[in-house]
Design a binder for this molecule. Structure first.
Ligand SMILES: Nc1ncnc2c1ncn2[C@@H]1O[C@H](COP(=O)(O)OP(=O)(O)OP(=O)(O)O)[C@@H](O)[C@H]1O
Length: 257
């Protein structure tokens, strides 16, 4: 069993996500907090983007908007041609369930379930049959080098292995976009680097599009593109040396915004 290529998506290298003057203002009592201030961003399909910034800069707010978890107060978000900013709550629920994968710092695996069952679980919300769910989960776990750990429960796995189960779970639904919020926050530095190298390999192999939020500039350097954010605005966009989509010659470039 192979993972089929997603249908209806732009080609690898073409724009998958675009924000236009994306803004989010929170109201707290009488005051206004401008969490995102006219953010204009393009993300190519098949790329790995890191969003970096200090605490309170707006990273999580940006991720939550793109993942359909919160609605903007201004501007537009287009994902694969869909106007997310116009979506109703039920359309956003469907978008999150069918098109978005999440990878969490704390892994968020169900302790009573095996790795195989954890990976198969999100497919049950789509009505996929049990045999197909388990077959798909086996394929993805094998691709992530966990073929000998499928029947282990999370507490029988190392932190790095648990995060690989988390990656497999996000991939099993063949999402349009995968979001990772500080995904290596609970891993030591060596395992963090191994996990990010694995991210890159998975993204290349499956033409997936991943967006990671981190405050760690070293870990961000594993991405193809580093988007720096400060006070709700994009302050810098850097394409790293391994950005094959943007730099066929593999030379690093810095793009001012
Ligand atoms: N629900 C909310 N209500 C009011 N203000 C909020 C809310 N969520 C975020 N904010 C504010 O918006 C700004 C951006 O917050 P955000 O969580 O996006 O930052 P961040 O860069 O992800 O920070 P951290 O790295 O600490 O998670 C902050 O000033 C924050 O206090």
């Amino acid at each position: 069993m192979q993972l089929a290529a997603p249908v209806g998506l732009p080609e690898v290298g073409e724009t998958l996500v675009e924000t236009r003057d994306l803004s989010k203002v929170y109201r707290v009592g009488d005051s206004r907090v401008v969490a995102l201030n006219h953010v204009n961003l393009r993300i190519q399909r098949g790329s790995f983007t890191a969003v970096v910034g200090t605490s309170g800069s707006g990273k999580s707010t940006l991720l939550n908007m793109l993942a359909g978890l919160e609605k903007p107060t201004g501007g537009e978000i287009h994902v694969a041609g869909q106007p997310l900013h116009k979506f109703s709550e039920s359309q956003l629920v469907k978008y999150r369930r069918e098109q978005v994968g999440f990878i969490f710092q704390s892994f968020n695996l169900l302790q009573s379930m095996t790795a195989l069952e954890n990976v198969a679980l999100p497919l049950s919300f789509r009505g996929t049959s049990k045999s197909t769910r388990l077959a798909r989960a086996r394929v993805v776990l094998t691709q992530l080098g966990l073929e000998h750990h499928m029947h282990h429960k999370p507490n029988q796995l190392s932190g790095g292995q648990q995060q690989r189960v988390g990656i497999a779970r996000a991939m099993a639904v063949q999402p349009t976009l995968v979001f990772a919020d500080e995904p290596t926050g609970n891993l030591d530095s060596k395992t963090s680097e191994e996990t990010l190298s694995l991210f890159r390999a998975v993204i290349r192999r499956f033409g997936q599009t991943w967006i990671m939020v981190t405050h760690d500039h070293h870990l961000a350097s594993f991405a193809d593109t580093i988007v720096s954010i400060g006070d709700g605005r994009i302050t810098d966009v850097t394409h790293t040396d391994h950005n094959e989509l943007h730099n066929p010659t593999r030379t690093g470039t810095k793009v001012s915004t």
